[in-house]
Write a protein that binds this ligand. Structure first.
Ligand SMILES: [Zn+2]
Length: 393
């Protein structure tokens, strides 16, 4: 990833990413990093002065749950891994130009997402930073009816071996587990638990040894309980959260990734069949909003994750996830925090991403309008994007 010239950026309003605001702040950027931030004079000398004193500057968005290999509609015939890799690069590019400077890919097939991540990191292609789980770990038949199509495990030893393989052979950035069936896999019941506590505990043990987070795909109540017992870090979807789940998540500083863009998006396509209608027929939909609001009111950490790549859930409009969060009761600033530092935390990269502070990567967005007044300013008034200290053109 290339970095641009060193620069002093004068920001009219700096949205730090953790809920704080700094008026008339100066940001020093060198070699892709933020080296100082101050409302006074900067200490360093910089090659460029960038005057954004009438603008709003915020961290680049982090969409921590996507599936970059998919097209907008389900494939009518199988696509090769090469084809899916090319499509992934294009999806990642679209997200970047919408202001998403980091993506978390949660369950590509075989090596597709690893290849894309490595190509971007090597500078072969321009793209957002990619944090990649590799294949989702599921029980046999848990996601696909075709044998050998997924990383299937049975028993704790098998789960441990699969996790080690992802971490050691491929450098997985986090681990994704299938704790329940899925709406997008019609042969499964979204409320039915899948991986056992013992299987998930083995995965968590191996991931945590490497300092990596574990995300669990959960719809049904039992699957969430199993995930909490196994010690996962992030509950993805989480439609059936109970008071007890919320209490434990809050106590352990766990993350809820509600993937609202995908859920709310289904409602716009009702009657078209497939995954859109299953959200209604499985009865999962009604429980989503009250449980999300309860988790929000109780102070659970909530992070952005669009599930982009699911049917009709496009790359390029990823920031709409923040709009749905506000529609469902968050303040615009809470939504921004969900899309910046909380999303970085969910991926275990909050030490170097997620806020505009000294020691963080210089990934930032320049907005014409104040997103605290209207969250849609994040996408409607986006003027410039800096990735790793260089402006995108
Ligand atoms: Zn997903």
């Amino acid at each position: 990833m290339r970095s641009g010239k060193s620069a002093e950026i004068k920001a009219g309003c700096l949205i730090v990413g953790d809920g704080r605001i700094m008026e008339n702040a100066n940001i020093g950027v060198r070699d892709g990093w933020i080296v100082e931030v101050s409302t006074g004079k900067l200490k360093g000398d910089y090659e460029e002065l960038v005057d954004l004193s009438s603008k709003y500057v915020m961290p680049g968005l982090i969409d921590a749950h996507v599936h970059i290999r998919y097209g907008l509609k389900p494939d009518t015939e199988p696509k090769s891994d090469d084809y899916q890799t090319v499509r992934s690069l294009e999806n990642a590019r679209k997200a970047l130009h919408a202001g998403v400077t980091s993506l978390g890919d949660a369950g590509a097939i075989r090596n597709v997402a690893f290849s894309v991540r490595n190509a971007v990191n090597d500078g072969v292609a321009v793209g957002p930073r990619l944090f990649v789980s590799g294949e989702m770990i599921t029980m046999t038949g848990g996601r696909s009816k075709t044998p050998g199509q997924r990383l299937e495990v049975d028993g704790a030893d098998s789960a441990r071996k699969a996790t080690r393989g992802l971490l050691m052979y491929h450098g997985a950035d986090f681990i994704k587990l299938g704790a329940t069936g899925a709406i997008s896999s019609p042969h499964t019941g979204p409320r039915h638990p899948q991986l056992t506590v013992e299987e998930m505990s083995a995965c968590v043990d191996e991931a945590h040894k490497c300092g990596k987070k574990v995300h669990a795909h959960c719809y049904g109540e039992k699957g969430i309980s199993n995930s909490l017992e196994a010690g996962v870090d992030v509950i993805v979807h989480g439609q059936t959260l109970t008071e007890e789940h919320i209490r434990v998540m809050k106590q352990r500083s766990m993350v809820l990734m509600p993937t609202l863009k995908t859920f709310c998006g289904h409602m716009d396509h009702l009657g078209e069949g497939g995954v859109h209608d299953r959200i209604i027929t499985t009865g999962i939909w009604e429980e989503t909003k009250p449980n999300f609001r309860n988790a929000l009111e109780k102070g659970v950490t909530i992070a952005m994750g669009t599930d982009a790549g699911m049917p009709d859930n496009a790359f390029g409009d990823n920031p709409l996830d923040l709009g749905y969060m506000v529609d469902w009761g968050m303040t615009p600033m809470q939504a921004i925090v969900a899309g910046t530092i909380n999303a970085a935390y969910s991926l275990g990269v909050d030490d170097h991403l997620g806020t505009l502070e000294q020691g963080k990567h210089a990934d930032l967005l320049v907005l014409k309008k104040d997103p605290r007044k209207d969250i849609s300013s994040v996408w409607r008034s986006l003027e410039k994007i800096m990735l790793n200290g260089a402006w995108l053109t």
